[in-house]
Write a protein of this length. Structure first.
Length: 74
């Protein structure tokens, strides 16, 4: 296989990680979904316990259903 036909490994920086249900979001996706101005604003809400987050190693992921419940309660 030549270098031109090789694909980047799954989850490479230029490709989002797939999920089985499409339910998990990255911090950037979650911040946009919640209409927050920055990802740091989302991290502050996580630190305060206002937003639930899943830790996957060093990364955070957010469940769509948790974000939906937060917006309904808001």
């Amino acid at each position: 296989m030549s270098a031109a036909t090789r694909r980047a490994p799954l989850g490479a920086a230029n490709e989002p990680m797939p999920t089985a249900t499409g339910e998990l979001m990255t911090a950037a996706e979650a911040a946009t979904y919640l209409c927050l101005p920055t990802v740091n604003a989302l991290y502050q809400r996580v630190a305060r316990g206002q937003v639930k987050a899943l830790r996957l190693g060093r990364q955070m992921r957010f469940r769509r259903r948790d974000l939906d419940a937060l917006m309904r309660a808001g």
